[in-house]
Ligand binder design. Structure first.
Ligand SMILES: [Zn+2]
Ligand SMILES: [Zn+2]
Length: 341
């Protein structure tokens, strides 16, 4: 990188990513300039690369699992953030402070939430401007590539469990052992839940047990809801799969008052047998990542319990290849771009 320019990979619409050289950035009020070290590739990046998300314009640099160091600080940024400090940026990078949710302290649901890599350029780049209020402090013990996927996949599964009503010792199921689920299994185990992992086939059994699952349910060999009922019924099921059709039938694996928490996005609608809601007063909810300070809680917990994402790294200039690998579901289990910084 010459001093005057930096390299970025931008989405130009229709699924295309191109490597470009851009003029060096300067942070405005409330912003910091990051020297990006690593950025995870998340399935949600399809919203930017394929296009169509409300408020998105192209070209746009995707990436919302960003770790780097602060290179410059703009005006009106709190003294908490200093040049040289290691920080991260997740999906929810700024709250308005004025909408009803913000006034109630519910920042995740800010009506004017700035989404990293959608409303402003993200981390598929050597530099990035980030709103200071979206920054996450990154402990020195974690490498940039290790920390990056935790900022979206990690906080998503951590918060889905931490905000649930499940209590230590109760049965919790994680549906899917992929990019999200392989972290969900670790968090569930280390939070003290009896942990069941649900995936198709026998291929993920060994990994799921290694990650800490007490039970493995092969959804091709048996009905996962019946398998959960044989274990006493789950208090919470965290559904991480990308196909909603697989989620509805899980409802009857919940105990009375149990909850299906959906963190995996899919295009088709969710179909639910209403009687499984009524009889047993079960419920369904979504969970959307978390706030920056909750991400800091998640990183401390990950260090405390040695929880890490399993990653494959790819240099920034090969972002399109890494993205395609994620799309084909070949990543084991999170792809992370590295800049060499
Ligand atoms: Zn994400
Ligand atoms: Zn707001």
């Amino acid at each position: 990188m010459s001093a005057a320019t930096y390299r970025a990979v931008q989405a130009t619409g229709g699924g295309k990513l191109e490597l470009v050289e851009r003029p060096r950035l300067t942070p405005g009020p409330g912003q910091v300039l990051l020297t990006v070290e690593a950025c995870g590739i998340c399935h949600t990046d399809t919203l930017t690369v394929e296009g169509g998300f409300p408020g998105l314009t192209h070209p746009r640099v995707p990436g919302h699992e960003v770790v780097g160091r602060i290179a410059a600080v703009g005006a009106q940024v709190s003294a908490r953030w200093q040049v040289g400090q290691r920080v991260g940026v997740g999906f929810l990078s700024g709250r308005c402070g004025e909408c009803e949710s913000c006034r109630r302290g519910d920042f995740v649901n800010c009506a004017n939430q700035a989404l990293t890599g959608i409303h402003h350029d993200g981390g598929y780049a050597e530099q990035m401007l980030a709103p200071a209020q979206g920054l996450v402090a990154i402990p020195e013990e974690l490498s940039a590539a290790e920390a990056a996927p935790l900022l979206c996949a990690g906080i998503t599964t951590f918060n889905a469990l931490r905000k649930s009503s499940a209590r230590p010792g109760e049965l919790v199921a994680i549906q899917g052992v992929g990019g999200l689920g392989h972290l969900g299994v670790q968090f569930a185990r280390h939070m003290g839940f009896r942990t069941a992992a649900i995936a198709r086939g026998q291929g993920k059994r060994k990994l799921a047990l290694e990650l800490g699952a007490h039970h493995y349910i092969d959804s091709e060999a048996e009905d996962p809801a019946q398998a959960l009922q044989r274990l006493g019924g789950a208090s919470v099921i965290v559904a991480t799969a990308a196909n909603p059709a697989s989620m509805g039938p899980l409802m009857s694996g919940l105990k009375p008052q149990g909850r299906l928490v959906i963190v995996g996005a899919g295009a088709e609608p969710l179909k639910i047998d209403v009687s499984s809601l009524l009889f047993g007063e079960r419920s369904i909810a979504g969970s959307n990542t978390g706030t920056p300070v909750e991400a800091e809680d998640m990183l401390s917990f990950s260090l405390l319990r040695d929880i890490r994402a399993r990653i494959e790294t790819v240099p920034l200039e090969r972002a399109a290849e890494g993205y395609a690998r994620m799309l084909r579901n070949e990543a084991r289990f999170r792809m992370v771009l590295t800049t060499g910084a």
